[in-house]
Every structure is written in C-alpha cells, then in structure tokens.
Design a protein around this ligand. Structure first.
Ligand code: SF4
Length: 183
C-alpha cells in the first residue's frame, strides 16, 4: 500500500490542546472538501510505503505524531496506525470529521468545515476558527472533550476572547507557530 504524502517535518504543535509539544507532522495529500480559504496544496505528493514513512519520521526524537492534511482520514488505515503504535508513537489526527477514522487513533482533533457532517464516534478536541458564526450550534453537532475557539489568522482576537469570556466552555487557541515564525 502506498500513501500520498505532501510533507513530513518536525516542529512544535502550534494550536489547540497540545500547543507547544514537539511533534512529527505527517501531512497527507488530498481532501474530500474544497474550502475557499484552503491554503493546502492538494495535488503535490510523493508516493511512500510504510517502511519509507517509518524511516523518515524516526529520525526525529519525538514520538508524538500529528497526522494532518488535506484530509488524513482518506488514507489513514489500521496498518499505518498499528505500525506507528508498535514503534511507540502517540497518534494525533487533525480531521474535518466527515470521514471515518481507525478507532485506535489516540487523539482526534476535529476542525469542522461548512457543509460537512460529522461521522466520528469520538472527538477529543473540537477546534473552530471563529468567524462570528453560531459556534455553539456547531459544538452541539460535534460533541467533544475539549472546545477550542481560534481567531482567524489573529485578525479577530478581541472578538474571540470576548466570546469565550461569555461562553466559558470554550478555550482560546492561537496559531502560536505563526506568532514565533516557525513551520
Ligand atoms: S477541509 Fe481543510 S484541507 Fe480540506 S479543503 Fe477545507 S481547509 Fe482545505
């Protein structure tokens, strides 16, 4: 089985619950949605098999892997999950929630997109970019352990903070990697 990989890199998790944690990022190519604001290159990708992925990620010291995209659930399967667990990895997946994931994933970060319908059985953190939309209605459709609200590219931080202060089950998430200029 070959996977289409957009990039593999090592950095700090910039957003959400694990902000500041060193992690290996495995970015798959391709998505089932086409959001207007998407800044991901869906077309460029290198075909890699399991041993090639393991070889590339294991040069980094962290055993926290963030599998992202695109939409990673389109390619992530039990074989890759088992291989990563056998190699000692803690698996975090960043998904739009519209496609099923292998159950053994350790941490699910869901960022719902307009028009998407949740098919996930378990969400650990819901991360919503605040654009003034009805985020509580979204939260009611995507039940999660933790709820993060994120300003849109730090442009509406004041409004986001005000909203959280009056709806205190939300917590603030910032794109800290952008604030400190790292990948
Ligand atoms: S769900 Fe994410 S990766 Fe897919 S098109 Fe929308 S922003 Fe891009």
């Amino acid at each position: 089985m070959a996977y289409r990989v957009n990039e593999i890199f090592y950095s700090l998790q910039g957003e959400g619950y694990y902000t500041g944690s060193p992690a290996v990022f495995l970015r798959f190519s391709g998505c089932n949605l086409a959001c207007d604001f998407c800044d991901t290159d869906h077309f460029h990708g290198e075909e890699m098999d399991l041993p090639e992925i393991l070889e590339k990620i294991s040069v980094y010291p962290s055993r926290h892997i963030v599998i992202t995209g695109g939409e990673p659930s389109l390619q992530l399967d039990n074989e890759l999950v088992n291989l990563l667990h056998d190699a000692g990895y803690y698996i975090q997946v960043e998904t739009n929630g519209t496609h099923p994931l292998p159950e053994e994933v350790d941490w699910v970060t869901c960022s719902p997109k307009e028009g998407g319908e949740c098919v996930l059985k378990k969400i650990d953190e819901l991360k919503v970019v605040f654009l003034g939309q009805d985020v509580d209605e979204i939260a009611s459709r995507y039940p999660a352990m933790h709820y993060f609200l994120q300003p849109c590219s730090c442009s509406n931080t004041t409004e986001t903070v005000e909203y959280i202060l009056s709806h205190p089950y939300w917590r603030l998430s910032l794109q800290t990697h952008k604030l400190i200029n790292i990948q």
